[in-house]
Ligand binder design. Structure first.
Ligand code: SF4
Ligand code: SF4
Length: 83
């Protein structure tokens, strides 16, 4: 399941450098996550790093992007090959 950033984001810039997949970027108004690059940190860390550092807890799981661990790991492998 990919993660998403809600409009409670305060643009603090803390999460972007923590993402091992470069899935986080500055959007027009707030930061955003590319769901095609977000593996929930599978392949790199046990916990989603962005969630760990966000000071306002505005990075929930995206209910529209439900993926199990195997799917997330396959996504990680595809991203790693492209990188
Ligand atoms: S969960 Fe991990 S891969 Fe997904 S956006 Fe957050 S830091 Fe990046
Ligand atoms: S850490 Fe949270 S508040 Fe800060 S830019 Fe990222 S999503 Fe927004």
């Amino acid at each position: 399941m990919a993660l998403m950033i809600t409009d409670e984001c305060i643009n603090c810039d803390v999460c972007e450098p923590e993402c091992p997949n470069n899935a986080i970027s500055q959007g027009e108004e707030i930061y955003q996550i590319n769901p095609d690059l977000c593996t929930q940190c599978v392949g790199h860390y046990d916990e989603p790093q962005c969630q760990q550092v966000c000071p306002v807890d505005c990075i929930p799981f995206d209910p529209d992007r439900v993926e199990d661990h195997d799917q997330l790991y396959k996504k990680y492998l595809v991203i790693s090959v492209k990188a």
